[in-house]
Design a protein around this ligand. Structure first.
Ligand code: FNR
Length: 343
């Protein structure tokens, strides 16, 4: 097995090892205010959503995880099967490996084969050449491209990149492609300054990728076999913090919230805090390890709970979630005051 393929397998195994050891995601600091007389009812039509000209069953997606190894093939097959059945989008893991190892294609293309009509995002690193990015999108028949920003992960990886000068290449990739581009963090959170720069440069699909869930500093520290960079495990902005930060940026973007989202209430809170779409990675991986039916059952459960939350919180459709009133615990409230004064 190549070193890259081995890394993909290790990421899956280590994500699994950390499933129940994830750090604080701050969602418990966000409290929603419930109307006792909501004048609403449970409505199966209250979740339907559009994304990139596709009709999807609700505003959630499977976030980027894997591809490039044997285990990846199985996981992507199960994820894609469930996404096809439940009609939610799926992001593939980074396909930059295909530049060096085209023989790994099967583990990615299995998603399109299982889900011919569904919404699929390809994913690459920000150093990928525009030509390769274009080829990857075409080969994987992807509807959009996620480009991940993962400085902390690279810094902890002994074999990682040490050059984070990426913006010009991001722009060149965009010029080359005719599908939407989503710029995404991988679990340390997009900060307001970066959000500003990205929007000014016309990148308007942003996945905040906050901390509190899968933590790549932790995963890469484990791969090093000694934890001498453990201090990097706590430097991220949690997803609620990144969401609050994105609200203070004047220009508007389409916000994908992800990182540490593990249940329907966290999904709902993310939408209340301004997300347009909500991504789950490790939570869905947990069920994909069991099988595609188990994953479908979990997605169905989330769907019925979101229908319930709409009714309980007095909204007729999930697109109105941001109308729900909320208050914050002192820690988040203090953070919000400080971050507002900085930008
Ligand atoms: C990831 N993630 C990820 N992100 C990315 O942009 N490209 C990638 O190749 C990967 N690979 C990957 C592998 C595994 C096993 C996991 C669990 C995750 C990061 C992922 O998309 C997401 O940003 C984080 O996992 C945070 O979300 P959760 O896991 O807390 O829901």
């Amino acid at each position: 097995m190549s070193q890259r393929s081995q890394r993909k397998e290790e990421h899956l195994a280590l994500a699994k090892m950390f499933f129940n050891k994830q750090k604080n995601s701050d969602f418990h600091q966000v409290h929603l205010i419930r109307p006792a007389l909501p004048e609403t009812k449970f409505d199966n039509q209250s979740l339907n959503t559009q994304l990139f000209n596709h009709q999807i069953s609700m505003p959630i997606y499977v976030n980027a995880m894997t591809g490039g190894s044997e285990k990846s093939y199985q996981i992507n097959k199960r994820l894609a099967k469930a996404c096809a059945k439940e009609n939610i989008p799926m992001a593939l893991g980074s396909a930059s490996i295909l530049e060096k190892e085209p023989e790994q294609l099967n583990s990615f293309i299995v998603a399109r084969n299982e889900n011919p009509d569904g919404l699929i995002f390809a994913n690459v690193n920000p150093d990928t050449s525009p030509e390769s990015a274009k080829e990857i999108v075409a080969t994987l028949q992807a509807d959009a491209l996620q480009i991940h920003l993962n400085t902390v992960q690279e810094a902890v990886m002994p074999e990682g990149d040490r050059n984070f000068v990426w913006l010009d290449n991001l722009k060149r990739i965009r010029e080359e492609l005719d599908v939407p581009i989503i710029i995404k963090e991988v679990g340390q959170g997009l900060d307001p300054a970066t959000i500003n720069i990205l929007i000014k440069n016309a990148f308007t699909n942003l996945d905040l990728g906050g901390s509190g869930g899968t933590n790549f500093a932790q995963i890469e520290n484990e791969r090093r076999k000694h934890h001498d960079l453990a201090f990097l495990e706590d430097i991220g902005l949690s997803t609620p913090k990144a969401l609050l930060a994105s609200k203070i940026v004047k220009q508007k973007a389409t916000i994908f919230a992800s990182g540490g989202i593990n249940n329907s209430l966290d999904i709902f809170k993310s939408l209340v805090l301004g997300a347009n779409y909500v991504g789950l990675a490790s939570h869905f991986l947990k069920f994909a390890f069991l099988g595609s039916n188990e994953l479908c059952q979990e997605i169905e459960k989330i769907k019925s709970e979101l229908i319930m939350l709409n009714a309980l919180y007095g909204i007729n459709h999930i697109k109105d979630a941001r109308k729900v009133k909320y208050y914050l615990d002192t820690d988040l409230y203090t953070y919000l005051k400080q971050i507002k004064s900085m930008y």
